[in-house]
Design a protein. Structure first.
Lengths: 108, 386, 484
């Protein structure tokens, strides 16, 4: 579950929270990395939620800032989905690579 | 449409020659005697030169066959026989069949009627019989075929079901017909066994191509069309093995109601996964065999699928895959595809319809199979170029 | 008939397994999915999620597309494994050929003074900036140590024709050595053509040497970019092109353009110039951040969005030309389209992962220093020798090829394991660019969100896919380019 808390405008930061345990911290970090051209993301895990504070790297309008926050949330979900795919396809991926690079070519 | 076989024909003097004979024919009264001993003479009236193994007489002809040699009476439908043709005579049943015609543009040999598929549109419905005698006949016939023959074909049923005997036939062709191309129609599944593919490769035939049908990019549709579960996977694996051993492979696709919609997807699939194939042929439906029984599920007017055919052909051409279109009449083929359309119907099978009267491109167009009289496009129209 | 079974009897698609794939947003609504072999499919976001959650319907259009393109496998068929393995192998096969392109910098001297030049310009008289025959000999020994069945030797500079005697010597010597090595050996001279003579052309014709020259656009643009005493660079270039065509054959000359701020507003005119002079295509290049460009105002003026407008305006114009019956290609798009639409790897050095440094190309500088790529040399001219691999007079082939200066950035920059790249749907189409990222960010991997290389290429991938999906004729055109 994602909830947007509009934080005080004092430091131009917006907060997004992700339910702890539901979204892998790795997914959140990867999303933060991807957005590192637009925002600096402070990640604070707590017992119940992971708080992400998004600090824009340059001056942006309110609308743009909200858009970045929304996109960031979607990106976290997408990163999470990627982990699901990777986990589910790991063994067939290794199989395909092992056949592809085997010396004898193609077994039955 | 030529008659190629008969049973119950009248024979003479066959007491001593009860077993079937495979013979090359001659109509030359000056034929060197040493060759006559193993050949059949085509009699067209007049005195018969002695020394031939068999005499082929026309009905009503006088039957003074030299030296009481065996003879068979043939109806007028066999007037087309010429020197160099190869026939089989089974005296016990008065059976006569033409195996090879030297003047034909293409000669195909059916190796077996057995098959592990049951295609909805099969033009040679399978029979589960012991027809090993066919291989024996062909092994005898191959050395009699004119070595200048450009190309022969192996078909069936499924030729590879013959296993080692199939390989034997290929070897025979290599030995006796070193200048003749060999085109084999097969579903390719036997080559899922890499040893079998390797054995074929080891024969090192000088000019061999295996023509293998794929009807869809989706396994379930292909398996449905050929009525065999697991066919798609085995066929593709067979193709990969044939290519591992550098054999030439042609992909054949028959276009009908079950295959036309995904034809562009199949083209894309071939271009991406089977880019190494030597050619692709896109074929019109023949109205024989099982097609008649499944007509409702198969028939679509060829004019209706021209958009898919055009897209598929362009996709293959864009990807530099050689593509040909067989068995399509020019008037219902998109003009952009005419350069791909080949006159593919064997000269003894093709005919034209009343609508073709006066057509300027008749010579370029292959016309129809005679079986097409059952059903053909509603849009056949003579193309008149003033 | 009862002996025939219906389609439903053959549909065993109750459940399906995911095959390995990556996804990245294409636009507001759609995602691009790519499989291990770089085949793509588009899905709206909700369908993507349904797909991963095993909720799409067998028999639906999405299911059939994903099955056909090897994104999923159902109980009915698993030959996808064999085919994906074969396609993956095909994509990597070229790597074992190793270095095919060998660049010889025969001199740094040049009589032009182009502001964007990435090579030190030296006065035309200074022959100590010429490569010596001894250096050339050592370099040729290294060239033939490469196992590549096809070897292309490209002469560069400065202006290489200023040291034509050495070019002649290298060609003759390489040809002699090749009698033993038996490779498919080819030569190219990259020249501004101002100094071409009949003697030079006779030699090129006899040895089947191809020419690569600069043509930046119409005369005013070309001359502004490429100042020369006399201000007649364009005129000489055109005269040179005609002369080369007559002497060597129409297709023995290719042209490259360099993009500057002045070019950015005029893509159509530049393309028209190429069409007018009978070229079959153009490479719409970005401005690279090396050499004198950094020292001048050129690079500061250059921004990715402006360049992308330039690129797509040019590309769309080229598509129009093709629809009007003028066959003309854009070569960068063609390289990418080969990766997108065919099972093959184009082997283009600047868009490869693992990177093309060393593996695709090696540069032998006039002084015997060996560099991992052309850009590596340009970086050195700016004072940064990070990608210098050794010297032909001091180091063996093994020292050079196994140098950490080469192996470390190759490994670090490998896209399939780089942050963001490893999960990017466009990775099969992209490349690793260690030298660019080192020059602009200080490390060979770079942080991709702020990488011009990444941003530029992602925009191009999206632009190509969007155009193909929107128009069937463009799709066919792009497939032809991909299979050139």
């Amino acid at each position: 579950m994602v909830s947007n808390l509009a934080s005080g405008a004092s430091n131009g930061c917006r907060e997004v929270c992700f339910a702890a345990g539901l979204y892998d911290l790795d997914a959140i970090k990867r999303a933060a990395y991807r957005f590192s051209d637009r925002v600096r993301v402070e990640i604070e895990p707590t017992e119940t939620v992971v708080i992400c504070r998004l600090h824009p790297l340059m001056a942006v309008s309110e609308a743009d800032h909200l858009a970045i926050v929304s996109d960031f949330s979607i990106e976290v979900l997408d990163q999470d989905l990627r982990r699901t795919i990777a986990a589910e396809t790991e063994s067939v991926r290794n199989l395909i690579l092992s056949i592809a690079f085997s010396k004898t070519g193609f077994g039955q | 449409m030529l008659t190629l076989r008969n049973q119950g024909l009248r024979t003479l003097n066959t007491g001593a020659a009860g077993s079937p004979a495979v013979l090359r024919l001659s109509d030359d009264p000056q034929r060197p005697p040493v060759l006559r001993k193993s050949e059949g003479y085509i009699s067209r009236g007049g005195p018969m030169p002695p020394g031939f193994a068999w005499y082929l007489l026309t009905d009503g002809e006088a039957s003074d066959v030299p030296n009481d040699a065996p003879a068979i009476f043939l109806p007028p439908s066999y007037e087309y026989l010429r020197s160099g043709d190869v026939v089989r005579i089974a005296p016990a049943r008065g059976a006569f069949s033409v195996l090879y015609r030297r003047e034909a543009r293409h000669n195909s040999f059916l190796l077996t009627e057995r098959c592990n598929h049951y295609c909805l549109m099969c033009s040679q419905p399978p029979r589960n019989v012991n027809d090993n005698w066919i291989v024996d006949t062909l092994l005898e016939a191959i050395p009699l075929i004119d070595p200048d023959t450009v190309e022969i074909g192996f078909t069936g049923g499924e030729p590879t079901l013959l296993g080692e005997r199939f390989l034997q036939l290929v070897r025979q062709c290599k030995s006796y017909l070193p200048n003749t191309a060999l085109h084999i129609l097969s579903n390719g599944r036997a080559f899922v066994n890499p040893q079998f593919a390797e054995q074929l490769a080891q024969i090192d035939h000088h000019d061999l191509m295996v023509g293998i049908p794929i009807y869809s990019d989706l396994s379930e549709v292909h398996d449905y069309v050929v009525q065999a579960d697991g066919a798609f996977d085995e066929t593709l694996r067979g193709i990969l093995n044939l290519k591992r051993f550098n054999q030439r492979v042609e992909i054949r696709v028959v276009i009908h109601k079950q295959t036309y919609q995904r034809l562009p997807d199949l083209a894309r699939f071939i271009a991406r996964n089977l880019t190494f194939v030597d050619q692709v042929v896109l074929m019109g439906l023949e109205m024989t065999g099982f097609t008649k029984a499944n007509l409702n599920d198969l028939w679509i007017d060829p004019l209706a699928y021209q958009p898919q055919l055009l897209d598929a052909t362009r996709i293959l051409a864009d990807n530099r895959v050689k593509v040909s279109i067989y068995n399509h009449q020019l008037c219902i083929t998109d003009r952009a595809l005419w350069s791909y359309a080949k006159r593919s119907i064997s000269d003894w099978k093709n005919e034209y319809m009343p609508e073709c009267e006066g057509c300027s491109v008749r010579a370029e167009c292959g016309g129809f199979f005679s079986s097409a009289k059952l059903r053909y496009s509603d849009h056949i129209k003579a193309i008149v170029i003033p | 008939m009862s002996k025939f079974h219906p389609l439903s009897a053959y549909e065993n698609s109750a459940s399906y397994k995911l095959l390995p794939f990556r996804f990245t947003a294409l636009d507001e609504d759609r995602y691009v999915l790519t499989n291990m072999a770089g085949e793509y499919a588009l899905l709206p976001r909700q369908d993507l999620y349904d797909f991963v959650r095993h909720r799409i319907e067998p028999g639906s259009t999405a299911f059939r597309t994903l099955k056909s393109r090897h994104f999923l496998m159902d109980d009915d068929s698993n030959v996808a494994i064999d085919l994906l393995s074969l396609k993956t192998r095909t994509k990597f096969e070229r790597l074992s050929n190793f270095t095919g392109l060998h660049l010889f910098v025969v001199t740094l001297r040049c009589e032009h003074s182009c502001p964007y030049c990435q090579v030190s310009r030296q006065n035309i008289e200074h022959s100590e900036f010429d490569m010596s025959p001894e250096t050339a000999e050592r370099a040729l020994d290294l060239v033939f140590r490469s196992p590549s069945p096809a070897i292309k030797i490209e002469f560069q500079g400065g202006e290489p024709l200023l040291n034509f005697p050495l070019i002649r010597h290298i060609v003759e010597r390489a040809t002699e050595l090749n009698k033993v090595h038996n490779r498919d050996l080819g030569f190219v001279i990259a020249t501004n053509l101002a100094l071409v003579t009949d003697e030079i052309l006779d030699f090129c014709r006899a040895q089947s040497i191809a020419i690569s020259t600069s043509l930046d656009g119409p005369a005013d643009l070309h001359n502004k970019n490429r100042p020369r005493p006399g201000g007649d660079s364009h005129q000489r270039a055109i005269a040179g092109i005609d002369r080369v065509r007559q002497a060597l054959g129409r297709d023995q000359i290719s042209a490259i353009m360099t993009t500057t701020t002045a070019s950015l507003k005029r893509p159509r005119e530049i393309i028209d110039e190429y069409v007018a002079h009978d070229f079959r295509g153009i490479f719409l290049r970005p401005l690279s951040p090396y050499g004198f460009a950094m020292k001048t105002k050129w690079y500061a003026a250059y921004k990715t969005p402006m360049w992308l407008d330039f690129y797509f305006d040019g590309l769309d114009y080229i598509i129009e030309l093709n629809k009007a019956g003028v066959p003309f290609s854009e070569y960068y798009a063609s390289v990418i389209l080969t990766k997108m639409l065919t099972p093959f790897q184009p082997g283009y050095v600047d868009l490869s992962s693992p990177a093309g440094i060393g593996i695709g190309a090696l540069v032998y500088n006039y002084d015997g220093d060996v560099y991992a790529s052309d850009e590596s040399r340009m970086l050195a001219e700016m004072g940064d020798k990070s990608f210098r691999l050794g010297n032909v007079h001091k180091d063996s082939y093994e020292d050079i090829i196994l140098s950490p200066a080469l192996l470390d950035p190759l490994e670090a920059s490998f896209a399939a394991s780089a942050p963001m790249c490893s999960t990017c749907a466009f990775e099969p189409y992209c490349g690793a660019e260690p030298v660019f990222h080192h020059a602009t960010q200080g490390d060979p991997v770079g942080r991709k969100p702020i990488s011009d290389f990444c941003n530029r290429n992602m925009a191009i991938f999206r632009g190509l896919i969007t155009r193909m999906e929107a128009d069937a004729e463009t799709r066919h055109l792009f497939a032809r380019w991909a299979n050139r």
